[in-house]
Design a protein around this ligand. Structure first.
Ligand code: AMP
Length: 488
């Protein structure tokens, strides 16, 4: 069904066309009529499904025309990046309307945000902290609010915003429409939903626990001391367009970025301790191709919507299984293909099992051919520098050795701006592996082809690099919320 049949006004259908969208995604098909009809909604959809348009389009339709009084719509987002991205989406979809949207988040001055609010805005897209500031100083009032949207609720709660969120809900008029979007709906979200929503429709798209089908993913077991060397070797042997590297900690992200820079990669860093201008510069630079690698933490990466991220590398296995799906969802967006590698260490057998149970799929364990798993750990003072080829020695994109990866469409000059379109689909370094999957559908799992650079490690016998003992049994007592390990 085309967008024009969903009851959206022509201004919005034209806005969608201008974005290049042809058909609605499944969540858009299902959510748009519910929201247009004024009903409450709980939507669980994995990242990259098009959920922003699923709420932004019908909300814009309901607003109709700009009104100078206070905001009629409030969208709460967990991170600045996500807030900025959603504001851009509202502006893009509403480009042929006169509706005004204002983003309100920390890390920047108050002045511009305050004057936009005072000038009269229809939609406020906010992170909870800065919103509370404006509410406390009474620049912003919510008594005229008609629609409240809580996006990425699970993340908002993980980040400790529960008190603020409850307070904000309490400040909204009781007569309103409320929409909840969350990748997962754990019990605490159901509890908040029970007091915040009235007879909500529930829309679950796909299974929130699955990895996008377009992403091929695999684990790479390695000893802790050689993790960085394996990361560099994977980057060297992969003809990537742009690669997102995940670290569990901010400090770790800085350290990885420093070492990758020393290994002559162009690197951006994104985490919560970076200033707003640094975050914007990192994201813009990554989008434009100025940086080929971006090192990020989970929270900062929530708002990353960059077309054409060809690879995700989990330098650290995610702290909870949901993050595995989110991280991997940064590639393979909007039907593009992507690859995701996760470095695992011998003591992480428990985390591996949690992820596999969560996504309902066995993830193959691969070994990078030619990588010396028995190398002595690098001396800390030398870092990686001695081992890396210099920039001039490094072949340009498209000319790197394939080592089991099929080449991209052709060489491109280093740091040339990437085209907006995602790179052409290409077979991955490994063919699909028919692993027993308790829950369909599952993303294709990787399996090596003969003579290729990635060797499959027999299921059930994860190869442990020498000098490392077998994986430790999972520690008892680490389970909560439905049995999955949560971030402390
Ligand atoms: P979201 O899940 O809202 O973050 O959207 C993920 C990506 O899909 C974004 O880059 C959107 O611009 C894109 N997208 C959303 N809806 C559509 C659509 N109907 N057709 C094509 N791309 C879309």
């Amino acid at each position: 069904m085309p967008f024009s049949k969903l009851g959206l006004p022509p201004t919005l259908v034209n806005g969608v066309k201008a974005m290049g969208y042809v058909d609605p995604t499944p969540i858009q098909l299902r959510a748009i009529p519910v929201v247009m009809g004024g009903g409450d909604l709980i939507g669980s959809a994995q990242t990259g499904t098009g959920k922003t348009a699923a709420f932004a389009l019908p909300v814009l339709a309901r607003l109709g025309k700009h009104e100078a009084r206070g905001p009629r719509v409030l969208v709460l987002e967990p991170t600045r990046e996500l807030a900025a991205q959603v504001e851009t989406a509202f502006r893009d979809f509403g480009r042929f309307t006169d509706i005004r949207a204002t983003v309100v988040h920390g890390g920047v001055g108050y002045g511009r945000q305050r004057s936009e609010i005072q000038a009269g805005t229809d939609i406020v897209i906010a992170t909870p902290g800065r919103l509370m500031d404006f509410l406390n100083e009474r620049t912003l009032r919510l008594d005229g609010l008609q629609i409240l949207i809580l996006d990425e609720v699970d993340r908002m709660l993980d980040m400790g915003f529960v008190k603020d969120v409850k307070k904000i809900i309490g400040l909204c008029p009781r007569e309103r429409q409320t929409l909840f979007f969350s990748a997962t709906i754990p019990p605490e979200i159901n509890a908040i939903a029970a007091f915040a929503l009235r007879n909500p429709a529930r829309i679950e798209i796909g299974v929130a626990r699955t990895v996008n089908k377009s992403v091929t993913h695999a684990f790479y077991p390695v000893g802790t001391a050689l993790k960085f060397e394996l990361l560099v070797a994977l980057l060297e042997k992969t003809d990537f367009h742009s690669c997102l590297v995940f670290s569990r900690t901010k400090h770790g992200a800085d350290k990885i970025a420093r070492k990758l820079k020393a290994a002559n990669h162009s690197v951006a860093v994104l985490h919560a301790n970076r200033s707003q201008s640094q975050r914007v510069e990192a994201l813009e630079g990554f989008k434009s191709g100025k940086y080929e690698v971006m090192v990020a933490t989970d929270i900062a990466a929530r708002g990353i919507d960059v077309a054409g991220v060809s690879h995700v590398i989990n330098y650290d296995i995610p702290a909870n299984p949901e993050d595995y799906v989110h991280r991997i969802g940064r590639t393979g967006r909007a039907q593009a293909v992507g690859e995701a590698y996760t470095l695992t260490t011998p003591e992480q057998a428990g985390e591996i099992r949690d992820i596999e149970r969560f996504i309902g799929q066995k993830v193959p364990q691969l070994k990078l051919e030619g990588f010396n798993y028995n190398a002595p750990p690098p001396r800390p003072a030398m870092g990686y520098q001695g081992a890396a080829p210099t920039h001039s020695q490094r072949p340009a994109y498209g000319q790197r050795p394939n080592h089991g990866h099929q080449a991209n469409s052709g060489p491109r000059p280093a740091q040339a701006p990437r085209p907006a379109a995602a790179h052409a689909p290409r077979p991955t370094h490994a063919a699909p592996h028919a692993a027993p999957a308790p829950r369909p559908p599952a993303a294709p799992a990787a399996q090596p082809r003969a003579g290729q650079a990635h060797t499959y490690i027999q299921p059930g016998q994860p190869e442990q690099p020498s000098s490392h003992s077998a994986p430790a049994p999972r520690k008892p007592g680490g389970l909560s919320r439905g049995g999955w390990t949560r971030r402390p």
